[in-house]
Write a protein that binds this ligand. Structure first.
Ligand SMILES: *Cc1c(COP(=O)(O)O)cnc(C)c1O
Length: 372
């Protein structure tokens, strides 16, 4: 077939999602697979969200509220912002897309770190923008190198904070210093997909930053219902930003980008504090237990401020990943992110964590890694 595909589109390598559980079960003829590969919420969605979605289903013949009025108000209240400072997306991934659509034209530059979330660069490629990729330094965003890489074509800087996959944080002091040295003409996007898991004392002052005085770069925070709220399948995220930035993003979005069940489910999830805090507690407990236990198996766990962390297994992580698949446990091998001897695992329920550790111990022994 001869398709009129522009070169910058043909060059895009599709995003590799974590292996779905039913695919693994089909391919390997196993049952009861567990997936600790995509940083999802192992405790499931809020029961209140499920009930709200069910009660909404008989309305599916109607378009949703294009302004997502109630959800926007509830999100704004939760964040302490005003509704004009909030834009909702079909997942926070769509917020990334809106930002690139609104601010990046052909040949404009966007700075990202490597490794970090892969989707930033993909959306930039779609727009024919230029990705400027700065390596992490000691597993952290190298803010000085990023500042030095800015040119008059730089439009956006994406910083996932905490970083995925390393789980590291930018300190408030580092961030203030960084902002103070940026030109006013760039937009700093802080992807806070995992901020719910971060100690409140260590979070950045997003509201202070978005209401910046003149002369300082605009800051946008991205948040999601996919992780701590357990609604990854529903696709809802949002951005917190200056109202002038929000007004621009509303111009590039579809009128009904957040669907009817998504608006209802996310609204109910915001009202279910019990589920939210139980997830945060379970994650913190599971992370501590897993780190201690995998260290006991001779692996090196990295500290993390999120619901996932890296584990150095002292051997090919890709081979370990394959061996774990045969035991029905899906993790992420990190060779593609530049850590060939690390896997990334999501903290699961106590039963999932136990199952992971058992499978890990067996695979380390079978492969002859470390002290296993
Ligand atoms: C999981 C994740 C997201 C969430 O994306 P959604 O589209 O909201 O599901 C965003 N950023 C990072 C870095 C993530 O790891």
């Amino acid at each position: 077939m001869q398709l009129p595909t522009p070169q910058h589109i043909a060059a895009i390598v599709p995003y590799p999602p974590g292996k779905p559980m039913d695919e693994l079960e089909r391919e390997y003829g196993i049952t009861n697979a567990i997936k600790l590969a995509s940083n999802e919420n192992s405790w499931g969605p809020s029961p209140k969200a499920v009930a709200a979605i069910e009660s909404m289903l008989h309305n599916l013949h109607r378009y949703p509220d294009g302004s997502s009025h109630y959800l926007t108000e509830a999100v704004a209240r939760w964040i302490g912002a005003s509704p004009e400072e909030i834009v909702l997306g079909n997942g926070s991934n769509e917020m990334i897309e809106f930002l690139v659509k609104a601010f990046v034209g052909t040949g404009d530059m966007v700075i990202t770190s490597h490794p970090s979330f892969l989707m930033y660069q993909k959306f930039v490629q779609v727009r024919g923008g230029v990705n400027v990729v700065i390596p992490l330094k000691d597993m952290r965003h190298d803010l000085d190198a990023i500042t030095s890489a800015i040119t008059d074509r730089t439009r956006l800087i994406f910083l996932d904070n905490p970083n995925n996959p390393t789980g590291t944080l930018i300190s408030k002091k580092q961030f203030d210093h960084f902002l103070a040295n940026l030109p006013e003409s760039v937009i700093v996007v802080i992807d806070e997909a995992y901020v719910d898991f971060v100690d409140p004392d260590q979070r950045l002052d997003i509201l202070g930053s978005i209401r910046n005085p003149d002369g300082i770069a605009a800051v946008v925070s991205l948040r999601t219902f996919s992780k701590a709220f357990g609604l990854a399948g529903l696709r809802v995220g949002f951005g917190v930003m200056h109202r002038e930035v929000a007004a621009l993003l509303h111009r590039v979005r579809q009128p009904f980008n957040v669907n009817l069940p998504a608006q209802a489910g996310a609204l109910a999830a915001l009202g279910d504090e019990e589920h939210y805090y139980a997830t945060l507690r379970g994650t913190a407990e599971g992370r501590t237990w897993l780190s201690k236990t995998v260290a006991g198996l001779g692996c090196r766990p990295y500290p993390s401020h999120t619901n996932f962390f890296l584990i150095d297994v002292s051997g090919s992580a890709t081979r370990l990943y394959e061996a774990m698949l045969h035991k029905g446990v899906i993790v992420r091998p990190m060779a593609a992110y530049g850590y060939p001897e690390c896997i990334r695992i999501t903290v699961g329920t106590a039963a999932e964590n136990q199952r992971f550790v058992t499978a890990l111990g067996e695979c380390l022994r079978d492969l002859g890694y470390g002290h296993g």
